[in-house]
Design a protein around this ligand. Sequence first.
Ligand SMILES: Nc1ncnc2c1ncn2[C@@H]1O[C@H](COP(=O)(O)OP(=O)(O)O)[C@@H](O)[C@H]1O
Ligand SMILES: N[C@@H](CCC(=O)OP(=O)(O)O)C(=O)O
Length: 373
Amino acid sequence: MLKPSWRRVVLKVGSALIAPDQDGCSERYLRPIAEFIQQCRQLNREVILVSSGSVAAGRHHFQFQHQRVPIALKRAMAAVGQTEMMNFWSRCFDFPCAQVLLTHGDLSDRVRHINVKNTLKRLLDHGVLPIVNENDTIATDELKVGDNDNLAAMVASVVQADALIICSDVNGLYTADPNKDPAAKLIPEVRQITPEIYALAGGASSRVGTGGMRTKIEAAEKATAQGVDTLIVDGHQATTFQCLLAGNNPGTIFYGQKIPLPAKKHWVRHTLRAKGEIWVDDGCVDALCQHGASLLSSGIVRVKGDFAPGDAVIVRCSVSKRSIAKGVSRFSASQLFSIKGQHSEKIASCLGFCPNGSNAVIHRSEMMLLEKL
Ligand SMILES: Nc1ncnc2c1ncn2[C@@H]1O[C@H](COP(=O)(O)OP(=O)(O)O)[C@@H](O)[C@H]1O
Ligand SMILES: N[C@@H](CCC(=O)OP(=O)(O)O)C(=O)O
């Protein structure tokens, strides 16, 4: 479904397509995908490829039979598999390819985020195909995104893509995992991602897949919030790509929201990870939810976690215990311990200084109310 309005597309290719037999990269599925990329470019569409498969492609170099691979070995597999995968893609094209390896930290740090954005833009401007993957060789649990569906959605947001196409081993979202339930039915269109949609998702069934359907729905939620149409399609079938080029939907499409979130709020909501919690009283919940106010110290009753100024936190109602909002705290956890419950004018005397010249603990421009209360 290559809409005329889609000028920039992020294409995500899963491990099961890159190395289906875990015996190095296989041409079997990659040729039609490479042709699709070429055709998109001929139609003046910009493509950013997010390619999984470094671990699956590198696995055959290591004598290891068990299904659960220790993390140090996985990193080594990724190191060797990543070069094989890049070589493979490069051989498919007569234009240059660029390897872009990212971790979550590269996207959550504002300066690095802008560097990634500028680099991707330069590559596209010069006709180079960016090929993105997680930097699995160095990524730790804390640093990594963890799956390439979410990574692709974050990349789609960074490059302000119009569409995200997730090529998987299944042709879309079904009412249940079709590998387990033969009666499961394909859902061709999703307009709103609700808890009921999440409830349909099961895990990965292939030996090499990471997130299953859940991470694809998470990716669709991230991308559609910024107005990016998101498709899940079957990358095994060459007909999928003919169908896309003919302007048809071969799988499931999640429609981009008509009113996209502003970029900064999207980044707070969908890229930053919360490092702690600020619990607030009922009056404060009312001010945030009903009046769109900034969070002030007077409404804070409890602070959890160890966070620094500039870190994201979850705001919780101390009565209902529900998560109300996510935002960037302008104060550290230890500073908030000193000023919680105090009126804003007391901040300077409590702390001995006013850290940033502002009284708001979380400014409303850096706070997102959470829809799923
Ligand atoms: N509701 C569902 N609809 C479709 N597939 C589902 C669903 N729930 C779980 N799955 C599983 O998700 C798998 C795709 O995820 P995954 O193996 O991680 O693929 P990839 O490597 O492409 O990221 C499918 O093969 C399927 O078994
Ligand atoms: N970054 C990892 C892949 C992670 C991942 O999400 O895999 P997949 O579910 O196959 O898209 C790798 O290159 O092996």
